[in-house]
Design a protein around this ligand. Structure first.
Ligand SMILES: [Zn+2]
Ligand SMILES: [Zn+2]
Length: 785
């Protein structure tokens, strides 16, 4: 016993509420070690004592064998004097007092295999209980009201544990040891099916609400179902009338509905799913996965589910209630956010009854409150590559690592559309759940309440607040109203590139290609087709799409045919082609809109790549008016024939000298270090219009436009590399959700010897902006010191 040692350990990360203490207990006792383990505000503390070999084995196994939901960020150790005491105990949690809380609340996690087995076992006391969970699965972030993560501070606080549940909860050897949401039919939440006016239609023990709900779905009803982060509206996926009714009542014209499917086999039947897709579908995060639909889907999925779309968004059940419901319906169901058109998803019972009563025929609800509204996450899988489109339930509030460390705590307020905010401190950045478009009071409240909630959970008091340059954004106004903080304006596309850098653990400088719909520029034009030389602290605007007018301002975003008129005017100065279907379709207002574009009246200039895609989509007759953001571009991508090798050229010229108007050093814009490049988007439009007049099929034109765009991006990057010597390109902005374009740009850049940075952890769309703002704020803060 000469080499007996005692080691004190501190473990930081996601280590509470995930079964970490029982894991340490069994690992230590299995190795014959004595000591203790407990929770405090910093995470988990432990002391282990035994012979040196066993202690080092303990340290070696701590990370690789940790429970599935745990994330160990940091382990520190120190030598202690051996006490000679035998046995291993779980110590009571230490209160935090005024000390900083460093422990993290876990994300919500899909029902685990052990719980599913019990759910289906008639001998188990939780047989068919819709709220079964354990330390390895269940609700977390959505039920936490405050930290430390303990039952009294969750929405389970009102449910008093029965004797059987209490025994499990207190037994270190049990899978439910300190599982905060643990419950059973005797002591936990109960499910009930009601009509839209609140009348109970089915409840235990008289009737099974799940069976009754499934019956309603099969007969074509629209059901509101209370899920993990909010209400879903659910219909039978194969019922054309039900899907159409849901669309009409939700005022949602074309935007695809997501589907929940019973299992992976059904997912593979409906869609092309490779290994990456399978892994994403079955992961404990359970996102909606966007996949190419297979012909077999036609017979099983109503046309109204995803009209004119070659993709379907699929997810697997992620709560016990979903599992029971899908099993009872025995078919895919539509499971879309419980809201009316652009409102945020309903998550409280009163709100759901008020807002959804005119949409849903019946409500499948329960009495476990959702503390924070959290939408389903959305990911894409293509060619083994995974990209997050909407990062929310199952991902949030997981921290992202940033480096170097931020000098001061930062709040980044994000963008206007697809808003997220970000709280960051030290080496850790936490990007919020999806807030939505900050355009109404309801969403704004979600934003401000969300920031307060995260500040409490993370115990971060921001000293530096980053915001967009747009003075009219609600997020900008919110930042301006904060007292006692330093404000920092960040240009939108710089934030995109910085977000991509942070997503890759990189700091630049790089050539950044930021292509999206709209962003406030520093020269009084609307930017969106930008080539930047950027690092985290600043950027140089090195190239952009030649600006064109947006006739009617924001009306041109909703009506892509207006952009077609503007681009055609630029492509054919003085003499538009005689026969243009887009003009014929919009004859009534064509002349007026064309005049607006030509005279520059009520027509702000934009270099937006999104508007160029819109123009081509309208020109080809894909879509003159959109019903949701990005619709025309999405449909243009789907129209393009990927096998078509042709491409259109676009001229790249030297831009006139820039005059960044006085937004000042806050914008981080650096003076030009060489001639900037101006890309002629109207060249692409002219070639497309000429092909159209010559009778070339729209599928071919769409493909040639994509390849032309990709070639042009690669050429601009080559010219910028020649000038600057930079060999790495970061691609960001919502346009890169277009996988056809992205694949062509990536292979073109790779063939030319570039390193390419793409997003993986946060969206390339505006949902990723807040992370970029946060790291920019940190970098400027560092420079200023
Ligand atoms: Zn479980
Ligand atoms: Zn119980």
């Amino acid at each position: 016993m000469s080499d007996r040692i005692r080691l004190g350990l501190r473990v930081e990360g996601v280590v509470q509420g995930v079964g970490f203490r029982p894991f340490v207990y069994s690992l230590a006792t299995g190795l014959g070690l004595a000591g203790l383990v407990g929770n405090d505000v910093d995470g988990v503390f432990a002391e282990v004592e035994g012979d040196a070999e066993a202690v080092s084995k303990f340290l070696m196994l701590l990370k690789p064998q940790a429970p599935p939901l745990a994330t160990i960020e940091h382990v520190s150790t120190r030598r202690l004097a051996p006490t000679g005491a035998a046995g291993f105990v779980i110590a009571p949690s230490l209160p935090g007092g005024q000390r900083q809380r460093r422990t993290l609340v876990p994300a919500d996690s899909a029902t685990c295999a052990d719980c599913l087995r019990e759910l289906a076992d008639p001998a188990n006391r939780r047989y068919r209980y819709p709220f079964i969970n354990c330390t390895n699965c269940g609700p977390r972030f959505t039920i936490v009201r405050d930290v430390p993560y303990d039952r009294p501070l969750t929405t389970m606080s009102g449910f008093v544990l029965c004797a059987a549940c209490a025994t499990e909860y207190h037994d270190p050897a049990d899978r439910r040891f300190h599982a905060q949401p643990v419950c059973c039919p005797d002591c936990g939440p109960a499910l009930v099916l009601t009509s839209a006016d609140g009348t109970v239609l089915a409840s235990r023990p008289d009737a099974d609400p799940v069976a009754a709900a499934a019956g309603l779905l099969r007969s074509g009803a629209v059901l509101a179902v209370k899920g993990l982060g909010g209400y879903h509206l659910v219909v039978h996926a194969g019922n054309e009338a039900a899907a159409a009714a849901l669309r009409a009542r939700k005022h949602r014209e074309d935007k695809p509905f997501a589907l929940m499917v019973p299992d992976l086999a059904t997912a593979r039947l409906l869609c092309e799913a490779d290994e990456t897709a399978d892994r994403l579908l079955a992961s404990p995060r359970r996102p909606i996965v966007l996949l190419l639909r297979r012909p077999a889907a036609d017979g099983l999925v109503a046309a109204a589910v995803a009209p004119g779309n070659r993709q379907l968004g699929l997810m697997l059940p992620y709560t016990p209630l979903h599992h029971l419901l899908l099993e009872a319906v025995a078919s895919p169901v539509v499971a879309t956010s419980g809201n009316v058109s652009d409102e945020p998803i309903a998550y409280t019972d009163t709100e759901a009854l008020q807002r959804l009563a005119r949409i849903a025929d019946a409500f499948l609800v329960h009495d476990r409150a959702i503390h924070i509204r959290t939408d389903d996450s959305v990911v894409r899988a293509s060619g083994g590559r995974e990209s997050v489109v909407r990062r929310s339930r199952g991902y949030v509030p997981e921290a992202l690592a940033v480096s170097p460390d931020l000098p001061r705590p930062v709040l980044a307020c994000g963008a206007e559309l697809k808003n997220t905010f970000c709280l960051a401190e030290g080496s850790r950045a936490v990007v919020s759940h999806h807030i939505g478009d900050l355009e109404n009071a309801e969403t704004l409240r979600s934003f401000t309440d969300g920031i307060e909630h995260f500040r409490r959970l993370l115990d971060i008091t921001p000293e530096l607040v980053a915001h967009d340059l747009h003075p009219e954004y609600l997020s900008t106004k919110y930042a301006a109203g904060l007292a006692g903080v330093d404000l920092l304006g960040v240009q939108h596309h710089h934030a995109h590139i910085a977000s991509c850098l942070a997503d890759n653990g990189a700091a630049g400088p790089v050539i950044g290609v930021a292509f999206d719909g709209t962003g406030y520029g520093t020269d009084e034009t609307i930017w969106g087709g930008e080539f930047l030389i950027a690092d985290l602290a600043g950027f140089e605007r090195a190239g952009w799409l030649a600006p064109v007018p947006m006739p009617g301002g924001t009306a041109a975003i909703r009506q892509p045919w207006r952009m077609a008129a503007a681009y055609l005017a630029a492509a054919f100065p003085g003499r538009l082609p005689a026969e243009l279907a887009v003009r014929e379709r919009n004859e009534g207002r064509w002349a007026a809109v064309l005049a607006m574009a030509q005279r520059g009246v009520n027509a702000p200039l934009t270099s937006s790549a999104g508007r160029l895609f819109d123009a081509v989509a309208a020109l080809l007759g894909v879509r003159d008016v959109i019903n949701y953001e990005g619709q025309a571009a999405i449909e243009l991508e789907q129209l393009a024939d990927p096998a078509e090798p042709g491409r259109y050229p676009a001229a790249i010229a030297e831009a006139p000298p820039q005059d960044p108007t006085g937004i000042g050093p806050a914008a981080g814009q650096r003076p030009a270090s060489g001639p900037a490049l101006l890309v002629s988007g109207s060249d692409l439009v002219r070639a497309a219009a000429e092909d159209l007049s010559a009778g070339v099929p729209a599928q071919v034109i769409a493909a040639r436009f994509h390849r032309g765009m990709a070639d042009t991006i690669v050429t601009v990057c080559r010219q910028l590399r020649d000038r600057t010597g930079l060999g790495v390109v970061a691609l960001s902005g919502g346009v890169f959700q277009n996988l056809l374009l992205t694949d062509q740009v990536v292979s073109g850049l790779a063939a030319n010897g570039f390193g390419v940075l793409l997003h993986s952890q946060v969206p390339c769309n505006d949902g990723g902006i807040s992370l970029g703002q946060a790291v920019i704020a940190g970098a400027r803060d560092r420079e200023a010191r």
